[in-house]
Write a new protein. Structure first.
Length: 215
């Protein structure tokens, strides 16, 4: 496609420079954004089955975090659900079932997408659990591909996208591919950088009468 050797080399140089910015954006985000608040939309697409097309489900809600190790996803539509990490315990509350699942946070958080954007204190902590690789720009975003180093997990890859036209770079998207071929894409909007979050933001108390399962 590209016949001129010089043009090929030139494009490769520019591509490498662009890709490197994705890692720089991630590093800058982790270093300078200690807390955040945003709206999100999540589209989960299951792999197509034989004779059927792929099916997608869309949900939306709010997201807050405070480094290190505290975050909260509140799903509002189409069903209410809460995921809260308070620094010690990861809580999952299903409103319809009135059921709470509690897990020790240190045992489950390391190689998760949440660690990439909200929990890790620095890039070195991320590199302990992920292989980080810069990727080409796409859809106007700079991308980093994170591949879990643990081979026995449920994740294949996580892609993190940043809008680099602002400083620090703004978190825009998270694409998750699991080991079953299911793809989950979270798009973030209205991101507030370093807001003052109340001390009780990440506290969770199981609702009265809820069935609590501790794992």
């Amino acid at each position: 496609m590209i016949k001129n050797f010089f043009a090929t080399v030139l494009i490769a140089v520019f591509a490498h420079s662009s890709w490197a910015n994705g890692l720089e954006s991630l590093e800058g985000f982790v270093k300078t954004v200690s807390s955040g608040r945003a709206d999100f939309t999540q589209v989960v697409t299951a792999p197509a089955k034989e004779g059927q097309s792929a099916r997608s489900k869309t949900s939306s809600g709010t997201f807050e975090f405070s480094r290190p190790n505290r975050f909260k996803f509140i799903y509002k539509k189409p069903f209410e659900q809460s995921i809260v990490a308070d620094g010690q315990t990861l809580w999952l509350y299903d409103t319809d079932l009135n059921q709470v699942t509690a897990r020790k946070q240190s045992a489950v958080l390391g190689s998760t997408p949440a660690a990439l954007i909200a929990a890790a204190p620095d890039l070195r902590a991320l590199q302990a659990d992920f292989t980080l690789t810069a990727a080409p720009e796409k859809d106007g975003l700079q991308w980093v591909v994170a591949t879990p180093k643990a081979r026995d997990g449920q994740l294949q890859t996580v892609r993190v996208g940043f809008r680099a036209d602002e400083k620090p770079a703004v978190l825009a998207a998270l694409e998750i591919l699991d080991s079953f071929g299911q793809r989950s894409v979270l798009s973030f909007s209205k991101l507030e950088v370093n807001p003052n979050l109340p001390s009780d933001t990440f506290q969770f108390k199981p609702p009265k009468g809820a069935d609590v399962i501790r794992q």
